[in-house]
Design a protein around this ligand. Structure first.
Ligand SMILES: *Cc1c(COP(=O)(O)O)cnc(C)c1O
Length: 231
């Protein structure tokens, strides 16, 4: 078995183990394979092991991989910053947009989602630690934005996507994730169909799962270290 395939199974096992240790329902955490910078052949290897959901940050690169893998039944999640000039392709080609943080972008995605496709699944990206360098809305802006998105009939609001401040200590990581979970709970109380709390990456998935993540976005642990000159 190739290295990537072995790593894939190790990650799946690890997720199940952390679910168990944190008292989460078995199978309640989905794996999103974050494949930015990696060529289509690598994604195919992971898909052969049963992985269906892939996350991409760069539009052009993603479209090329979608074409190369058109023979597979994959689910594509856009997780990078969304500028206005990208919404048409995202609306037409992706199943999910996890990085929505402005009403203007949500409205464009709604307008541009083809009628032949089901509504686009969206998450609101939250800048949970209010870092200047990160995109995403602050916690106080989540409910008003969710209210407005819920009015758009070509979008289905599914939940939140969170990238916390970088901490190596698990306790500090958990503090950010805990606040995200509180926000997620209030969103769930207010709207129907909210089922996705997308948080946890290679360096912090244990903390994220312990604090209620339903989807971890894993790149490095699965595909290896990215070439940052490319990224
Ligand atoms: C790159 C990226 C990831 C994956 O990060 P790793 O540390 O490589 O697992 C997850 N989420 C987002 C939004 C990313 O841009």
């Amino acid at each position: 078995m190739t290295e990537i395939k072995k790593r894939f199974h190790a990650i799946k096992d690890n997720i199940r183990l952390i679910e168990q240790e944190s008292g989460r329902t078995p199978g309640s955490v989905t794996l999103l394979a974050v494949s930015k910078t990696w060529p289509a052949e690598k994604l195919r290897l992971v898909a052969e092991e049963g992985q269906q959901c892939f996350g991409e940050n760069y539009l052009q690169e993603a479209l090329e991989k979608m074409d190369a893998l058109a023979d597979l039944d994959l689910e594509w999640h856009f997780i990078g910053p969304i500028q206005s000039n990208k919404t048409r392709d995202i609306a037409a080609r992706f199943d999910w947009a996890q990085s929505v943080d402005r009403l203007k972008i949500a409205r464009r995605l709604n307008q541009q989602r083809p009628d032949s496709l089901p509504p686009l699944n969206v998450c609101i990206q939250v800048n949970i630690d209010e870092e200047d360098t990160k995109s995403g809305v602050t916690a106080d802006k989540v409910l008003p934005l969710a209210e407005a998105i819920s009015e758009l009939d070509r979008l289905t609001l599914r939940g939140l996507m969170v990238i916390p401040a970088r901490h190596s200590e698990e306790l500090a990581q958990r503090d950010s994730f805990k606040r995200a979970q509180d926000l997620f709970n209030s969103l769930q109380q207010r709207f129907k169909g909210i089922d996705t709390l997308s948080m946890g990456m290679t360096g912090d998935l244990n903390a994220a799962i312990a604090e209620g993540s339903t989807m971890v976005r894993i790149g490095t642990a699965l595909f290896g270290q990215r070439d940052t000159r490319q990224a």
